[in-house]
Design a protein around this ligand. Sequence first.
Ligand SMILES: C[S@@+](CC[C@H](N)C(=O)[O-])C[C@H]1O[C@@H](n2cnc3c(N)ncnc32)[C@H](O)[C@@H]1O
Length: 274
Amino acid sequence: MSHDNHANELTIADADFNRMVKFVQDNYGIDLHAKRQLIQSRLTGVLKRKGYHAFKDYVDYLLTQGNGDDINELLSKLTTNYTYFQRETESFDFFVKTILPAVTAKHTGDKTLSIWSAACSSGEEPYNVTMYMMDYFGAHWREWDARMLATDLSLDVLGKAQRGVYSLPDTLPEKWKKAYFTPAGGDRYQISQAVKDNVIFRQFNLMDEIKFKRKFDIIFCRNVMIYFDQPTKTALINRLYDATVPGGYLIISLSENLPPNTKWKRLTSAIFQK
Ligand SMILES: C[S@@+](CC[C@H](N)C(=O)[O-])C[C@H]1O[C@@H](n2cnc3c(N)ncnc32)[C@H](O)[C@@H]1O
């Protein structure tokens, strides 16, 4: 039964809540069991726009006939896309000082690096990694093919990433603001074409089998596993291991960890090697 509360929010009954939680868990690995309030507050507007008056009807529809757009809409409402430039610079420092010298030494022959930002949200992370690489390679940048793959589940954030217009934080070096952006009015800046051309955006669900053509030298998978339960997380970490070259690197967030018995070797906080 549903009713409107003071905020005109619809209420989801236990049975419908449980069905939705299971559906999202089984198909997308996202654990919503503690997110009842979030479901009600973020989805009430969606339901009303689609002409539903009760969660039961919406959940019935979603589970039986929901198409890609419906699922995208649901997930973009329920997952957090929060991200920003210069997030956890400790990891970027390690990337520049330790990882890039090691992988470039390995690739002096083919001058090709294979890097994946595996939950890129609106693009700040892969663009930021590209800036660090352009800075690192300097005049030799054009000799290298360091094009990155950047994926996310949400088409909404991928659209923002492709547009590449941002408000920039003060933590972004001033010389990078000048070199890698052009003013786009007000406090907004457009990412430069050179940075943009280095990133290939695709939709990818991290629950799916990883079938990209090449194995990766470096995978960034930051601030997404927090939404997954332990078995989902462990399975993903193993798939990322298989998708990496021997000696390759995995960078997670400082607020995350890998299970103690993982095959990955820990190098420093949040950075692991195969
Ligand atoms: C908090 S953002 C992290 C962005 C960036 N990696 C960072 O650390 O700033 C989490 C992203 O994970 C994405 N996401 C959630 N579940 C996913 C899944 N099953 N497959 C792929 N991406 C997913 C969300 O759409 C969101 O954009």
